[in-house]
Design a protein around this ligand. Structure first.
Ligand SMILES: [Zn+2]
Length: 478
């Protein structure tokens, strides 16, 4: 999910940074009552048991995970309910109430389902929750995203145990089917959103990665939007016939012609202002010539654009992409079919509409007879503002915890459940509060997914601090 891959491979200057000042020391005083070594052990065992529940999607079986989380909440006296959106598939909603709410609720969201695992390629059973001698907790979903689910759950648990008086409700959402069709969050959006009532959602998105964008530099990118996803099936019709006699206007021949033009398309780079903000934050930490270029939008456009366009990851951040992801329609080798099709996965930057992309496709396929488009999905890119207290708090907390890291706004090339919520007017921000090595990051959706107990514990502490900033009253005498 994160923007992996090297953008520019230059060494940054090594500079030591003074952490910015903590704006809410009295709210943070609550966290000082926690014995963090005990909290770490607890987080480890809660995650280990959660990973042992196989919620691979398909089929999902998220009710297993929802019931597990609900049992922990019940033992702590926290109000929770589960809603089944399909047989054996449930979402969980839990709420800590503010007695005198001053702001709309804050939601902490995760998904219960995980992608499938090719068990034969793993060094440990992906569904046992093994904790090894080096302190790694193994299992599908350790990073994406049961680890975060546990961090968010225990954040509610600690707020409750400490008796923190709240300025707003804090709501935990754990949903199903994020990895396939977003059915869980769609069900919440359609049937429960008025009751949930969150103005802001913290969800997955970017993550902290060492050396992700500049060699030796840690970057935390906070997703404030996701590219629009516009999925099409392009049909091409033509006269049927015998395979022995090639015809220039056959459907397969015209499909190839249309796809050739789509492949040869040269999208022009478009820089969203927040791309400059992220590059600028990286430039500030990188220093030197690289830093000077990245800090200047003019220099980025003139000197760095070629490099950004050459790398598929950075290219996706600055272009509308059309990816050919499959074909179909042929039956027999010796029969010319009258209809064939190709699938197109189109991802649009904020500001580009599906109508814009459709116009471009019509232009690209101009003069080829029999081409038509069937829309499979059309989700626009909706932005959440970055001049928002929640976004700013996420950035500030990361800077306090990792003062040498670059932190900035991310346009996610892919999508998460946040994309379903933003059109409802919700401000959703995506950041997993884990600092990972590139090797650890690769295990997400890959083999041997695992998280170190220290990474998990730090994530819990930082998320609790974020929520104290955003939702707690000051601790008297704190
Ligand atoms: Zn995920």
């Amino acid at each position: 999910m994160a923007a992996a891959g090297a953008l520019v491979l230059l060494a940054p200057c090594s500079t030591h940074r003074v952490p910015p000042v903590d704006l809410y020391p009295e709210r943070q005083a609550w966290a000082q009552q926690i014995d963090w070594s005990v909290a770490k052990q607890e987080a480890t065992s809660v995650l280990s048991a959660y990973l042992a529940l196989d919620t691979s999607n398909p089929p999902g079986r998220e009710s297993l995970g929802a019931a597990y989380l609900a049992s922990i909440l019940a033992s702590e006296g926290i109000e929770a309910s589960t809603h089944e959106f399909a047989p054996g598939r449930s979402n969980l909603v839990a709420r800590l109430r503010s007695e005198h709410p001053e702001e709309a609720p804050l939601c902490l969201m995760s998904h219960i389902d995980v992608v499938t695992a090719e068990t034969e390629h793993w060094s440990q059973d992906p569904f046992r929750g093994t904790v090894d001698d080096e302190g790694y907790i193994w299992g599908r979903g350790a990073l994406d995203m049961k680890g975060t689910g546990v961090v968010e759950l225990l954040t509610l648990v600690w707020l409750k145990r400490l008796g923190v008086p709240l300025r707003r409700d804090v709501v935990l959402l754990a949903v199903g089917d994020e990895e396939v069709d977003n059915l869980g969050v769609r069900f919440l959006a359609d049937h429960h959103w008025d009751d949930i009532g969150c103005s802001h959602v913290l969800n997955e998105g970017g993550v902290g990665v060492e050396g992700a964008l500049v060699d030796g530099l840690t970057t935390f990118a906070v997703a404030f939007t996701e590219k629009g996803s516009f999925w099409l099936r392009m049909h091409v019709d033509g006269p049927p016939g015998h395979g022995s006699t090639p015809m220039p206007d056959s459907a397969p021949a015209k499909l190839v012609q249309a796809l050739d033009r789509i492949r040869a398309r040269k999208p022009k780079p478009t820089f969203h202002p927040e791309v400059y903000t992220l590059l600028g934050a990286i430039g500030e930490r990188a220093g030197g010539l690289t830093g000077a270029v990245l800090r200047s939008p003019t220099l980025v456009r003139s000197l760095a654009v070629g490099r950004l366009m050459d790398n598929p990851v950075s290219r996706a951040l600055i272009t509308n992409t059309i990816n050919i992801t499959g074909f179909g329609g042929a039956e027999e080798p010796n029969v010319i079919p009258s209809r064939v099709w190709a699938q197109l996965d189109i991802r649009m930057l904020p500001g580009t509409t599906s109508a814009d992309m459709m116009a471009e496709l019509h232009e690209l396929t101009d003069g080829i007879d029999g081409v038509s488009f069937e829309v499979l999905q059309d989700l626009p890119a909706v932005e959440s503002p970055t001049d928002d207290a929640v976004y700013q708090t996420l950035v500030r907390r990361v800077q306090l915890e990792w003062p040498d890291a670059a932190v900035g706004p991310l346009i996610m090339p892919g999508t998460t459940d946040s994309q379903i919520l933003r059109p409802l007017g919700v401000h959703a921000y995506g950041l997993t509060h884990f600092l990972l090595t590139p090797d650890e990051l690769r295990t997400m959706h890959g083999h041997d997914e695992r998280i170190h107990v220290d990474t998990l514990a730090t994530g819990l502490r930082v998320v609790l601090q974020v929520v104290l900033d955003l939702a707690a009253h000051d601790k008297p005498g704190g």
